[in-house]
Write a protein that binds this ligand. Sequence first.
Ligand SMILES: [Zn+2]
Length: 133
Amino acid sequence: MNDLNTKKLYEAFPALYGDHDKPMSQTCMCWGFECGDGWFDLIWNLSKDIEAEADKAGLDSGSDNWPLAEQVKEKFGSLRFYIANGSKAIYDLIQQAEAKSCCTCEDCGLPGTTKEGSWIHTTCDVCEVLRNS
Ligand SMILES: [Zn+2]
């Protein structure tokens, strides 16, 4: 994900991504969002929903039990979102977003399909041509 989008997420959800400036010995968030910009909206909405859920559960965003992203990446064409302090409701939200990523182009965010092959990835037809050119 590009720097601008990464910064937007860090600034909008400082508690959820509070570990992003910690060293790699402590968190994988030091790598940022290891996926394409097409999933920005997906991650943005998921972040918003996770914080809303934590808020609803009566948690304090400054406390140690607030949800904390540990790693966000693409694997086998699908979003993987690892978190500490997740509740059942939060894991359900993550599962929904991960399922949605399988039909969302990782490059541009338009509807896409997961392409099999040596490198499994999810793209729309236009981005697929661009990737192969
Ligand atoms: Zn695309």
